[in-house]
Design a protein around this ligand. Structure first.
Ligand code: KG4
Ligand code: ZN
Length: 334
């Protein structure tokens, strides 16, 4: 069969990313233009600024991705784009670009779900077996997703308040680190001599849901109490206590979810999948339990367009293209 070449565009948050992916797993190019430096000054992503930055660079990044892949538009099978969820103004830039190109080049359009993208990042590094279970941990999402077969998603657990990455970023801020703080907390946690004890939130005994806002408040309390006593907070110890609490709950619930669905593999994805503490704990627990674990390299864990190309390929195989009158959907459901 002829190979499927997809140009994929991702602009749901603060990364302008474009990739060319062959047959849903071979990355011919993957360009990521990050706006982190710009948003850092504000302590988080400013939607208006994000949209404007996407507009500025999108054309350039598309050209760069095509030329790095050595692909001409006429060789493409389709143009894919993240349709949602995400910031509406940011999504719009990618969607308008993808529609225009699909129309101009006479190619089909594939509207893709951002989380399907994160999940299928695993397809870039391994052959997926079904049924499987994915632990999605990003700045906006914390979910356990069961896939009985390819392209079929069932969310069995989700956060009831903050996403893990969001909790990391808020804790990092309280400890005095710039946005995005996840990597700082991760590093400190591994350097700390001992952990400051912090609670674990399990919710109902059979629940696969998560809650991180209580833990975040507990961290803020410890920091404030130290300050009120005129002491310097044990920043590293707090980071370690926080990370141990988060990791213990994530690992335990993920392993239980794998068992309950007889999943053949556990997939990890999203920006927090870059966390060394989580990767290490999950790897050793899965080894002990005899569970096959797949983790994409960090560059495919944080937002990128190669993952959108992988997810779009699966959608294309099952459902074909998306009508050109589709719209960016910030609440797009999986
Ligand atoms: O998936 P992503 O790039 O964007 C979203 O779709 O949300 O995830 C970004 C999140 C941020 O909250 C960032 O702090 C977190 O991932 N993150 C980490 C680490 N690296 C990135 N959190 C903990 N430890 C890390 N090493
Ligand atoms: Zn993401």
């Amino acid at each position: 069969a002829q190979s499927v070449l997809i140009l994929a565009i991702e602009t749901s948050c603060d990364e302008t990313a474009v990739a060319v992916v062959k047959d849903g797993h071979e990355v011919l190019s993957s360009i990521i233009s990050s706006q982190i430096e710009i948003h850092r000054a504000y302590g988080g992503v400013v939607p208006e600024v994000a949209s404007r930055k996407h507009v500025e660079v999108i054309t350039l990044i598309i050209e760069e991705a095509l030329s790095a892949a050595g692909i001409k538009p006429e060789q493409l099978t389709a143009v894919a784009v993240t349709q949602g969820p995400g910031l509406v103004g940011a999504l719009l830039v990618g969607v308008v670009a993808a529609k225009s190109l699909a129309l101009a080049w006479g190619k089909p359009l594939i509207g893709t779900h951002h989380i399907a993208g994160h999940i299928y990042a695993n397809r870039l590094v391994a052959e997926l077996q079904y049924p499987n279970m994915t632990l999605v941990v990003s700045g906006g999402h914390t979910e356990l997703v069961h896939m009985e077969r390819e392209g079929e998603f069932r969310i069995i657990g989700r956060t009831r308040d903050d996403a893990v990455g969001e909790a990391y970023d808020k804790v990092a801020r309280a400890l005095g680190f710039p946005y995005p703080g996840g990597p700082h907390v991760d590093r400190l946690a591994r350097e700390a001599a001992a952990a400051v004890p912090l609670p674990r939130v399990w919710l109902e005994h059979d629940s696969y849901d998560f809650s991180f806002s209580g833990l975040k408040s507990a961290v803020l309390n410890v920091v404030n109490q130290s300050k009120m006593k005129g002491l310097t907070p044990d920043v590293a110890g707090i980071a370690r206590g926080f990370q141990e609490s988060v990791v213990e709950v994530l690992v335990e619930k993920a392993v239980r979810a794998v068992r309950s669905c007889n999943a053949r593999q556990l997939l990890l994805c999203g920006g927090v999948a870059a966390n060394v503490g989580l990767r290490t704990a999950l790897t050793s627990r899965c080894k002990a339990e005899g569970i096959e674990l797949i983790i994409p390299p960090p560059i495919y864990c944080t937002d990128n367009a190669a993952m959108i190309g992988a997810a779009a390929y699966v959608k294309w195989q099952h459902d074909g293209g998306t009508p050109l009158d589709m719209v960016a959907d910030p609440g797009f459901s999986l």
